[in-house]
Write a protein that binds this ligand. Structure first.
Ligand code: FDA
Length: 299
């Protein structure tokens, strides 16, 4: 299967961009912020919330990180101007975490300050394992000064339960996901059920401590288990929401919404959609399977 997925990745790279766009557009709002705004408006009409992400490539220098910061500020201002039910997600390396953690702290701090003025919220996405410690450290530093910042944890990492135990003490607002990058077996669970068990173990720990959780998954098994846990623990609706990626399992999204639970969709947009799509495919060739289905079966 892995080899097949790698072949699909190579095949996709040989296709003209216009063709790649046909399947990418399912997962990406468009090239401009206005594309994202129009999409979020439509979702908001259905009482579906959004988190907006500016697509970017790994930055090479501080000037590029400053451009990324300004784009984030523009997103926050635009959310306010359009009265959208949306917040911001950002990748810490886009803001300079890979260059200089102190610089990244200043940059994200500026974004949080503006978000706070606008009564909005910002979540730090979690990238691959070389950045796990740096991202958690960044979060711990930011949470001292700002209460409108949250973090993502990845259930496939063996360390996550211990991270949750520590971050629960900081009144952390989490997004809990499985994790999308290819990580070595020394640090990450590989077995599907082991990842699900880790997910539910962390979710229980978070909910029992009264922390807010964005339950980010399209896995029906996990969604059903989360429903059961919420009921058993008598968790109130102000302590969690469900989250999904744009273009994935819209049937489940609508079900969660009609069941009366809050649901938020991750909305990526930006000029860098092509590089981003190809990079994500290379990072995790198993996504290629979904892409393949989308190209040929237009699911
Ligand atoms: P699983 O991979 O088992 O998928 C369940 C089902 O959903 C599949 O069988 C398929 O039907 C469908 N599906 C899933 N992904 C699909 C796709 N791309 N295209 C088509 N169908 C698909 N990861 C990370 O490392 N850091 C992060 O910060 C984030 N942020 C994030 C935000 C939000 C809102 C979500 C929903 C997810 C993330 N992720 C993430 C990604 C996450 O780690 C994970 O890779 C995906 O959500 C897929 O895992 P599932 O839990 O959905 O299960």
């Amino acid at each position: 299967m892995n080899i097949l997925n790698k072949i699909i990745v190579a095949f996709v790279q040989m296709m003209p961009r216009s063709i790649v766009w046909i399947f990418s557009k399912k997962y990406i709002a468009g090239k401009t912020l206005d594309d994202a705004v129009q999409l979020v408006k439509k979702l908001n009409e259905k009482n579906i919330y959004a988190t907006i992400d500016v697509l970017g490539e790994a930055i090479q220098n501080k000037d590029e990180a400053v451009i990324a910061k300004n784009e984030c500020l523009q997103v926050l201002n635009t959310i306010q101007e359009n009265n959208l039910k949306a917040n911001l997600s950002l990748k810490p390396t886009q803001l300079g975490l890979n260059l200089d953690p102190e610089f990244a702290y200043q940059q994200v701090g500026e974004i949080l300050k503006r978000a706070s003025e606008l009564n909005n919220f910002v979540r730090l996405d979690m990238e691959d394992s070389p950045y796990t410690d740096a991202t958690i450290n960044l979060y711990k530093k930011l949470i001292r000064d700002y209460d409108n910042v949250g973090i993502v944890v990845q259930a496939y990492l063996k360390r996550t339960f211990d991270d949750v135990v520590i971050m629960n003490k900081l009144n952390t607002n989490y997004r809990l996901c499985k994790g999308i990058y290819v990580e070595p077996a020394t640090i990450a669970y590989k077995d599907k059920q082991a990842i699900r068990n880790s997910y539910m173990g962390s979710l229980e720990k978070m909910l029992k401590s009264g922390n807010y959780v964005g339950i980010a998954t399209h896995d029906e098994y996990l969604i059903n288990e989360a429903y059961k846990m919420i009921k058993e623990l008598k968790v109130t609706n102000d302590k969690f929401e469900f989250q999904m990626l744009l273009g994935v399992r819209e049937d489940l999204r609508d079900k969660i919404n009609s069941d009366g639970f809050k649901i938020r969709i991750y909305i990526p947009f930006g000029e860098h959609w092509y590089k981003y799509s190809i990079r994500r495919l290379k990072e995790n060739p198993s996504i290629a399977g979904h892409v393949f289905k989308n190209i040929f079966f237009m699911k």
